[in-house]
Write a protein that binds this ligand. Structure first.
Ligand code: FES
Length: 111
């Protein structure tokens, strides 16, 4: 399945991943600069992404744990999600997201 990720520079990167991992794992495996400090347990908020509007309704809504963590992320938006909580599946082939500012290793190093 394919996922389009806009990185911290605005560059579009097409991922072609099996539907057996989380979005955070796919982004990390592609070598993009994502912090994802807690490794996927929804406890750090540094895998924050913005989901393109058309895809928001196609994803499962955030769990209580994810929603609670999203309250603490930098630059939260209505389309904010934790990429470690999004399981890739063929149902969301073509998903498009943008790395949020607090999730970029490059931005973190600059701040
Ligand atoms: S990796 Fe920490 S919340 Fe997703």
């Amino acid at each position: 399945m394919k996922v389009l990720v806009y990185d911290e520079t605005g560059r579009a990167v097409q991922l072609d991943e099996p539907a057996s991992k989380t979005l955070m794992q796919a982004i990390r495996d592609a070598g993009l600069h994502i912090v994802a400090q807690c490794g996927g347990s929804a406890s750090c908020g540094t895998c924050h992404v913005y989901v393109e509007d058309a895809w928001c309704v196609k994803l499962e809504p955030p769990s209580e744990i994810e929603a609670a963590m999203l309250d603490f992320v930098e630059a939260r938006s209505e389309n904010s999600r934790l990429s470690c909580q999004i399981e890739l599946s063929e149902d969301i082939d073509g998903l498009t997201v943008t790395l949020a500012p607090g999730s970029s290793l490059r931005n973190s190093a600059e701040s």
